[in-house]
Design a protein. Structure first.
Length: 575
């Protein structure tokens, strides 16, 4: 059948439109044509019913199968508001940063290390891991070399609880396919100076030797790209089996050296130096003692003596003495002839200077014309009343000197006692650190069998998160749809749902409640976690037994206990 189609028909005028608004006449003409109105014909009614049923069925199927829509949504105004609120919630969740810990205040803590940039060094972590930092390895935000001391912050993640509380994504998108990680261990390292982040210098790398419970070689090394919210594959790590060492590797440090290398132990060593400095400062601040008075010497009749006038300004120690005589020392080995010649000569000039025994002997030099005698060793002596007066003055000064000396010794003793008590307290702290470090080391050793103590070695050229992982698909076995509800049977508003598969050390993430396609291995040991408004909810293995194919409303158990540490959470869930 040919149809005429008007493509460029002129616009209809307003008068023409008004003339054709008489719908009654149209119906009348239709009726006068000898038939029922078209909407009363059987063929029309049956078609309407069929179309209506199809539309209703389609709407029902869409509402059941869409993973984006919670099961409780409907077309009421309240439902529309609920839908809008849920959409806003999902949008906010999707906008979160790449690393987003789900429970406020609970995370895997960092261990801090101080690194001398000019020296670098090798450092030990409590799990048995080590890392080596080369010298001159850091630059600031402008690319300038960093000098002095840098703080390294390091932590490790080894199980589902660690991954969960840290909020580090365990999904890996590759070629349009989303995988979940089966981990052999993960590390994060950051660096700061004076609270500001620093970077790795070009061409420098840090060697990580991470202790792992997994010895397989099917794991790859990945770096977390926080901008793209995805992992970059860097290749393979190197697996070092127990007892195996790298070529040229030196033997590991003994226990004492490892403990002494710990930051908290080193901090106490620094405190010891501070305490010593404080002691020395306090002693230096004590009042100074007057010089110890010198006891006058009496004239020895068996020795030669001479009288010389001296300038007391040059020798103030003789100010209290009068009529000092100078006794020739035995060091001169003077004969009677030499003494006679010295005694008969009228010398024009005589000089005195301090001798080898400070405050006890002096050098006497004599001169007459060209005749000279130099450096005669002489001792100051007194006799008669001059000696008696000098001795009385000496004894008075010596008594005062002894009193001041005893007082100073007492003050120094108190300062020394305080210093020794402080040092003993610091040593006790170090012993406690050593005992705790040894206890943890033994616990770690006991927790790992000989076969499990492997080292996964790799290098990093920038700071961030690195993961030794094997991409795997979601677990298989049971597939169903789940709607998570709280203890009041109300749907939980949660975005991330975490399946813990203990058998393979996996943490699988499902998104948006309800989950249209939820799969798990019924033969494994499973846990399910989710968080609503910072509150943790879970189900354990026995509830998984009730999940078969089909749709399920799963009542989650609320955790009211506050976990202070990740170990507390692991104890609670027996991980």
């Amino acid at each position: 059948m040919k149809r005429k189609v008007n493509i460029n028909r002129p616009e209809i005028s307003a008068d023409e439109i008004n003339k054709r608004k008489d719908f009654d006449s149209v119906l009348k003409n239709s009726a006068s044509a000898g038939g029922k109105p078209f909407f009363k014909n059987p063929w029309f009614l049956s078609g309407v019913v069929a179309v209506t049923v199809a539309v209703v069925a389609t709407v029902l199927l869409m509402s059941r199968n869409s993973p984006e829509q919670p099961a409780s949504q409907n077309a009421t105004s309240a439902g529309d508001a609920d839908t809008a609120g849920l959409a806003a919630f999902y949008k906010a969740e999707e906008a979160k940063s790449c690393i987003a810990p789900p429970i406020a205040g609970l995370n895997v803590p960092y261990t801090s290390y101080k690194v001398n940039t000019e020296k670098g060094g090798t450092f030990d972590f409590k799990t048995g891991s080590t890392f080596s930092v080369p010298k001159n390895a850091f630059v600031d935000g402008n690319g300038n070399p960093v000098k002095g001391e840098v703080e390294l912050r390091y932590r490790e993640f080894h199980d589902a609880a660690d991954f969960f509380v840290a909020g580090i994504p365990m999904t890996y998108d590759s070629a349009g396919v989303r995988y979940q990680f089966e981990s052999a261990g993960m590390i994060e390292m950051l660096a700061y100076q004076n609270g500001k982040p620093v970077n790795m210098a070009a061409g420098k790398t840090i060697t990580i030797e991470m202790a792992s419970e997994q010895e397989g070689t099917h794991y790859n090394l990945y770096e977390l790209d926080t901008l793209k919210n995805n992992w970059s594959c860097l290749g393979k790590d190197k697996v070092i089996m127990p007892g195996e060492t790298k070529k040229g590797e030196q033997p590991r440090q003994d226990l004492a050296s490892k403990v002494e290398a710990q930051p908290e132990y080193k901090a106490i060593e620094t405190k010891k130096e501070v305490v010593l400095q404080e002691k020395e400062t306090k002693i230096a601040a004590l009042p100074k003692l007057m010089p110890e008075p010198k006891q006058p010497a009496k004239v020895n009749k068996d020795r030669y003596t001479v009288n010389i006038d001296i300038d007391l300004a040059d020798f103030p120690e003789f100010a209290a003495f009068k009529n000092i005589q100078w006794e020739m020392g035995a060091e001169n080995k003077m004969t009677s002839g030499m003494w006679s010649d010295l005694n008969k000569t009228e010398w024009d000039d005589a000089t005195i200077k301090e001798g080898t025994k400070k405050g006890e002997n002096y050098y006497l030099s004599l001169k007459k014309g060209t005749k000279k005698i130099s450096n005669l060793v002489v001792y100051p002596v007194l006799e008669g009343k001059n000696y008696e007066a000098a001795m009385a003055a000496f004894q008075d000064k010596f008594s005062k000197y002894n009193t001041a000396l005893e007082k100073r010794k007492e003050e120094e003793r108190k300062i020394e006692e305080k210093y020794m008590a402080d040092i003993a307290a610091l040593k006790k702290q170090q012993e406690a650190i050593q005992a705790e470090w040894l206890r943890k080391a033994k616990e770690e050793e006991n927790s790992l069998s000989t076969q499990q103590k492997v080292v996964r070695a790799f290098t990093i050229s920038k700071f961030g998160v690195y993961n030794c992982d094997n991409p795997s698909v979601y677990p298989k076995g049971t597939i169903c749809s789940v709607s998570l509800v709280n203890e009041k049977e109300k749907p939980l508003r949660c975005y991330d749902i975490y399946l813990v598969d203990k058998q393979i050390n996996g943490l699988f993430t499902y998104y948006k409640n309800p989950v249209a396609t939820f799969s798990f291995n019924p033969n494994s040991s499973n846990l399910l976690w989710t968080v609503e408004n910072g509150v943790l909810y879970y189900i354990k293995q026995d509830q998984f037994l009730d999940l078969k194919s089909g749709n399920h409303s799963v009542k989650m158990t609320r955790v009211d206990q506050k976990f202070e540490t990740v170990d507390d959470l692991k104890t609670f869930f027996n991980i």
